[in-house]
Write a protein that binds this ligand. Structure first.
Ligand SMILES: [Zn+2]
Length: 74
């Protein structure tokens, strides 16, 4: 569990955290809460698990698509 995210290249260990992720998607700010993240206590580098990353990416794509479709202004 502590090695969930493996080791950082700096030789530190990623600590499991749940964080808030803010993304700018088009003109909107999308906030995701409780996103699992590995954070290195030594150098501060951060990683996400592949499935989380994919979820974030697909969300961004989806949002961008929605923004593209619904962004017409009178
Ligand atoms: Zn590190």
């Amino acid at each position: 569990m502590y090695l969930d995210y493996g080791r950082c290249p700096c030789s530190g260990v990623y600590e499991r955290k749940f964080v808030e992720v803010r993304m700018n998607v088009g003109h909107k700010v999308v906030v995701l809460t409780g996103v699992p993240q590995g954070a290195c206590r030594v150098c501060g580098s951060r990683v996400y698990k592949t499935d989380i990353l994919e979820r974030i990416e697909s969300l961004m794509k989806g949002e961008r698509y929605l923004v593209g479709v619904g962004s017409e202004k009178a």
